[in-house]
Ligand binder design. Sequence first.
Ligand SMILES: Nc1ncnc2c1ncn2[C@@H]1O[C@H](COP(=O)(O)OP(=O)(O)OP(=O)(O)O)[C@@H](O)[C@H]1O
Length: 326
Amino acid sequence: MPGSPIIELRNLGKHYGNTVALDDINLDILDNEAFALLGPNGAGKTTLLHILCSILTPDSGTATIAGFDVVRQPLRARKNLGVVFQEPSLDDRLTVYENLDFHCLIYQVPARERKRRIAEVLELVELSDWRDKLVRTLSSGMKRRLEIARALVHDSRIVFLDEPTVGLDVQSRARIWGYLDELRKRRQLTLVVTTHYIEEVENCDRVCIIDQGRIMAIGTPAGLKSDYGHQSLRVVPIDADALGEIRAAYPEAGQQDDELVMPVPDDRFAGAFLARYGNRVKEFVLDTPSLEQVFLALTGRALRDKEASGRERTYAFGRRGGEHTR
Ligand SMILES: Nc1ncnc2c1ncn2[C@@H]1O[C@H](COP(=O)(O)OP(=O)(O)OP(=O)(O)O)[C@@H](O)[C@H]1O
């Protein structure tokens, strides 16, 4: 169960020249919750995570992790943090084991514990059999799993994942969420995830919708849907006459090809429509509120531009030969 705040942001601001990346952000993330930052391209998600990791310095405001200020006490703030960055950051000239061992060394994991912890995280992400393989021989899905293992190996209490599933196929994405769920059952862990896959944030305890550096709404997926979503009725009339008749009766209906979409204002609406036009339609679907609708209502945009950016990144990654040697 989520507990008290473990990450606290107060009046946090960050500019790049004239671009406002974060505008007066106030936010508490709770111990042991799965928290999603959802926003389109350029919303400020990566900037926020980079400030929390002490990679970037904010222009104004404060951010603390477990009570430690990320600017004044960066080492202590980072001690309990595991990070999976958007861009792959493994050393592909080393083996799976060596990557993890090196990370343990940096985080001062005692030598006698290293082997056990590495074996544990490799088992979790199903890479035990790949322990001695060079990272360059792994598929992109396996590399992501290894990065997750690396973020966990120093027993981090908080894990940041910046677009952990971007560029992966549906099965690999489901697998990664499977590991994260399993992990949260095994131990206390706060997950902070940025994603543009709306279906992924349904798994999270709370979702923060961010756009142009500002928080638009925070809540549970169900709470956001009931506060900002709405039901809609989609019908396909039997012919052009029926379509014209229904359009005239419901001028608020939107039209897509031969389908009409009507906002549902109350519980009686669908029944009343059916009683009147039931024999004039060949398809009738009552859509439940979705987070997509919530996002659209709050930002005035769909998340599609973000998808293009994810794809571009994947292509860029492919152009570099699918490898990263940072
Ligand atoms: N180094 C930089 N120099 C100038 N502008 C930047 C820099 N990094 C980010 N920005 C701008 O700041 C804003 C926030 O970017 P940020 O990368 O934090 O967004 P994001 O939500 O993580 O999007 P994405 O997932 O596409 O990276 C954007 O307008 C972006 O163009």
